[in-house]
Design a protein around this ligand. Sequence first.
Ligand SMILES: Cc1cc2nc3c(=O)[nH]c(=O)nc-3n(C[C@H](O)[C@H](O)[C@H](O)COP(=O)(O)OP(=O)(O)OC[C@H]3O[C@@H](n4cnc5c(N)ncnc54)[C@H](O)[C@@H]3O)c2cc1C
Length: 448
Amino acid sequence: MDKVFVERLRLPARVGVYSHEKGREQPIELDIEVDFDGGLEQAARSERLRDTINYEKLAKAARRVVDERHFPLVETLAAEIAKSVLQLRSVHRARVRLRKLGCLEDAAAAGTEVVLEHSADQKSPMELAELETALASATLEPIVVIGSGVAGLSAMLWVHRLGHRALLIDAATSLGGQLRQVFFRMTDIPGMHPINGNDLASRLVAQLPRSFRWLRARVEHVEAETRQCAIDLEVAGQRRMIAAEAVIVCSGWRRRQLGLTSEQRFFGRGILATASKDIGFVRGERVVVVGGGDAGCENALKLRRAGAEVVLVHRRAQLSARKEFRRALDKHSAGISQRLGVQVVALHGDEHLGQVELSNGERIEARWLLSRIGWEPNGELLPPRFRDERGYARVNARLLATDGGTEQQKRLFVAGDLRNPIVPSVATSMGDGACAAKAAVELLEQLR
Ligand SMILES: Cc1cc2nc3c(=O)[nH]c(=O)nc-3n(C[C@H](O)[C@H](O)[C@H](O)COP(=O)(O)OP(=O)(O)OC[C@H]3O[C@@H](n4cnc5c(N)ncnc54)[C@H](O)[C@@H]3O)c2cc1C
């Protein structure tokens, strides 16, 4: 992924909660790293400074914040710097690592790291009040698209292009679905320069008309009745029903979880979301990686390269990853140990993860865990008759939900990974979104 960074920028700052820290400056050191739209390719070709991020501007943004006032906490100072950097044109993610030098007797530095992402390329979701007004006045939404991944955004684009309006619903804080987890540049999207997930999500959102509406809500259930679809959802902690003439469900996939009761407790307190994003935490630490497939092994190698000591846990007696990953693991056997034929059965710790317990009784002392045990479809919102035994949606050639027999739901369409265990990809999801949108619009036009 393309980045611009400034390393070890040394500044005098007024920071600290203690009385002896008030009214005096002490040295801090900053690493600032940004991801930006467009990438370096364009700048490399044009050789123009305006096509990249001028690192002097990064340093200036940081100096401006540091000079502003006294900051009791390094966390606030780092977050303010990240916010200020995010204001720079085309920056969509800023990572700021702040070290307070000499503040601990036996340490060179102590500090914090924050990562902030832009959502400016994304429209703000509707307020609850706005939804209430819409619910009170409108009888029926024409088309509702559930899920803002590639399939959902493609469906939105096509519905609008075909002259209709659609409401987009997604439970996430940002639009883009799985794309927000693709940090490398994808090279298999036909006709497109290699692009990372964030940039692609930004482009897809930017292609929608400014007037499009989206509601941040979790859909619990969708039912297609004869004259309309009923959408049961939770928005801002409240249950609501929306009716629509047609619904396109694009709720995609999610990472499979370990399924342990203690798991929720340690999200953000030891359980890493991604190796790429959280790599800053793990240097010199022990990390348990669960899953011996491609993703597990790739992440184990990534974490090892970042300086972690890795314990790779896999439930089978042999790793299932590709040969290239298994070979690479053999090379790194000093820093990556393996526990095969066992499963994680419990996580222990107080405020933070401390130990990982395996099915053979072993307890591994580890403050960090990353799980990569596969994916599962987000199909629960569909009536069970439209899902196969693995949870994928069943559809016919027009992407209408079907029970696999004769029954087809004429108002309920499904697009993207949720119906595609065979080639879950950007290209197929884009195509699906277009097909489902066209079919939904045709349905509306027939009915009117
Ligand atoms: C790490 C990684 C690398 C990848 N690499 C590639 C690659 O190189 N090439 C390629 O072609 N593809 C790649 N993919 C796959 C590709 O990103 C997906 O196939 C595609 O983005 C799927 O889009 P989707 O719209 O079907 O679903 P998703 O992107 O999964 O979007 C589903 C959306 O629905 C929302 N949602 C789910 N349930 C509900 C609910 N009940 N209520 C409200 N909202 C809900 C979710 O919040 C989410 O935003 C990769 C994926 C990952 C994670």
